[in-house]
Ligand binder design. Structure first.
Ligand code: TMP
Ligand code: ASP
Length: 238
């Protein structure tokens, strides 16, 4: 399958057309941004790691009954995915208080939550991805109630499966962001990526951060953390 016209260049990925109108090729970059693009940098090797990790996790999730856009990895940085219309929501699940949740609600980072939470942000860079609730989603015609229900079911299933998987790697899944899309027949599938860019992953013993917070917060050892989390995954994925 060959790359056609570049359709879109985002902060961390490029998307290309293919000869099949239902398939796209995603190409992962080493570019990293934070705070809605305010902070910019590169993380050497990130594109390869995010591509391989996201694909491995999506294959695992497919086996566990979560449909995804994943089709085939074609090389270290590039993957064939099903073309979807992205539902413009960032779906965030949390197991432990961190980041914006810790700040908004005055909870010490690292405090376990009584139950996992879900929240939605409206994917809109000009507005800074504001938090919205289900009523807003319907009022703004971003998704139907049925789609929201499907998305919530899948998002919590993703949490349960990824939490279990990362635990086998000695890693605690603190929180993560996922996105969903609609296939041409309207079927909702998991899309975008699941990687250290989009998850908080802490070493279960030491609490060391093995994710993009090292870049966001200038903690150093960014490349090493991406390599470490990838090697844990490679040792434990089936
Ligand atoms: P937050 O605590 O900053 O709201 O982040 C929650 C989770 O979402 C965390 O795992 C990082 C991820 N995330 C993204 O993937 N993209 C984003 O733009 C932001 C702000 C967070
Ligand atoms: N990727 C996001 C941005 O640049 C933010 C983040 O992941 O923290 O805006």
């Amino acid at each position: 399958m060959n790359k056609g016209e570049m359709l879109y260049e985002g902060k961390a990925k490029k998307v290309y057309a293919t000869e099949d109108p239902d398939l796209l090729i995603v190409s992962y970059k080493d570019d990293a941004t934070a705070f809605n693009g305010l902070k910019k940098g590169t993380i050497a090797g990130k594109g390869v790691i995010n591509n391989k990790m996201s694909n491995a996790l999506m294959r695992l999730l497919e086996k566990k009954g979560v449909p995804t856009h994943y089709v085939e990895e074609i090389n270290d940085r590039e993957t064939i995915v099903k073309k979807v219309q992205i539902v413009p929501l960032e779906v965030i699940i949390r197991n432990i208080a961190a980041g914006s949740f810790a700040k908004h609600y005055g909870v010490t980072e690292g405090t376990p939550l009584k139950a996992p939470t879900i929240e939605f942000s409206y994917k809109n860079d000009d507005l800074g991805d504001p938090l919205i609730n289900e009523y807003h989603v319907i009022a703004l015609d971003l998704a139907t109630q049925e789609e929201i229900d499907t998305i919530k079911t899948y998002a919590f299933r993703v949490n349960e499966e990824l939490r279990k998987f990362w635990l086998t790697c000695g890693v605690t899944l603190v929180d993560f962001k996922v996105e969903f899309g609609r296939l041409s027949d309207g079927t909702i599938v998991l899309a975008d990526e699941i990687s250290p860019d989009t998850c908080r992953l802490w070493d279960s013993k030491t609490g060391d951060k093995l994710d993009k917070d090292r870049f966001r917060r200038d903690l150093g050892g960014v490349e090493e953390a991406y390599q470490e989390i990838m090697s844990r995954l490679e040792q434990h994925i089936g």
